[in-house]
Design a protein around this ligand. Structure first.
Ligand code: DOR
Ligand code: ZN
Length: 348
């Protein structure tokens, strides 16, 4: 197959940041994607509906002329979140999901949740009104090895939460392990999971072999090869519970290339080219549309996009720029480390 036309994709997990960075990165998403779930981990975080409304306004103002793009806003859950504010944001069609960051789990998560019991009233309200919870599924206990934090989260936090509030619709974000995939598969209802492009392409060797490579460091950190293979199987299976969330997370090079570099990989730029490569390798190009364009809207109860994009396979590998320039500084783009032959040739 040398050409593939699919419905326009959505990104169900995206970091757009704010200010100059927002202006620099947004066009790379809005060129190819119709909608995205926008993460709220700004400084300060987007904790209230009024802040989400103002942030949405800034995103729309940064959108290039002629781009049709709908940001789907999220609220950052804290132990002080007011269930009434969440419900009002949902009823105003402003808030599409609420994001749970265990405090200290990742970038700007210090205001997140220490004790899940403190947010049960918000979660119960969300279950009652049908508002999904997006979960960063890693424990923060320093005694738990970083490669085990997702599996331990499932056992000690997620499963008890699911038992307590089975009606809550939960998205396990950026699932990275075989255990995560198996858990999602074990859940008949009210459960979905996003998978990133980079976790389908790299394992932990990318970060550590031949030198330390900060541009492959993200959270949850990439795991062993067996886990990458489980993610590939899930993404390409057509199973409606799995959909694309790139977790494209730009940081300027200075903050990545440091003695304590930030977590995050900027993949918005070449995500669809990389995904076509993965699905082609797995002989599943016919299921790319389900993963990128159909399963996500189905979970969120939204119609799939009417527009289409066409991907084309070129004979020669595509040369992607190594960096994009933003007014905050350069941001390194994801290098998939293998030749990629696919480009988006038409997006309407
Ligand atoms: O790698 C990551 N970067 N993982 C996250 O959970 C947060 C994100 C960011 O905001 O930079
Ligand atoms: Zn993220």
């Amino acid at each position: 197959m040398t050409q593939l036309t699919i419905r326009k994709p959505d990104d169900w997990h995206l970091h757009l940041r704010d200010g100059a960075m927002l202006k620099g990165v947004l066009p790379h998403t809005s060129t190819h994607f119709a909608r995205a779930i926008v993460m709220p981990n700004l400084v300060p975080p987007i904790v209230a509906a009024a802040q989400a409304e103002a942030y949405r306004g800034r995103i729309m103002a940064a959108l290039p002329e002629g781009h049709n793009f709908v940001p789907l806003m999220t609220l950052y859950l804290t132990e002080e979140t007011d269930p009434d504010d969440v419900e009002a944001g949902f009823r105003d069609r402003l808030v599409t999901a609420v994001k749970l960051y265990p405090a200290g789990a990742t970038t700007n998560s210090q205001s997140g949740v220490h004790d899940i019991a403190k947010v049960y009233p918000v979660l119960e309200r969300m279950a009652a009104i049908g508002l999904p919870l997006c979960v960063h599924g890693e424990v923060t206990d320093p005694a738990i090895d970083i490669f085990d934090r997702e599996a331990v989260f499932i056992e000690t936090v997620l499963e008890p939460l699911r038992r307590r509030i089975p009606e809550l619709r939960v998205v396990m974000e950026h699932v990275t392990t075989r255990e995560g995939v198996a858990y999602v598969r074990s859940q008949e209802r009210n459960m979905g999971a996003t998978i990133t492009t980079h976790h389908l392409m790299i394992n932990r060797n990318a970060i550590l072999v031949g030198g330390i490579r900060p541009h492959y460091y993200c959270l949850p950190v990439a795991k062993r090869e067996e886990h990458r293979l489980a993610l590939r199987e899930a993404a390409t299976s057509g199973d409606r519970r799995f959909f694309l969330g790139t977790d494209s997370a730009p940081h300027v090079d200075q903050l990545k290339e440091s003695d304590c570099g930030c977590a995050g990989i900027f993949t918005a730029f070449n995500t669809l080219s990389c995904l076509a490569h993965v699905f082609e390798q797995e002989r599943a190009l016919d299921r790319l549309e389900a993963f990128a364009s159909l399963n996500g809207p189905a979970f969120y109860g939204l119609p799939p996009n009417e527009e289409h994009i066409t991907l084309e396979r070129l004979i020669e590998p595509v040369i992607f720029p190594k960096k994009i320039r933003t007014a905050d500084g350069p941001v390194t783009t994801f290098d998939p480390m293998v030749p990629i032959h696919w480009i988006v040739s038409v997006a309407s």
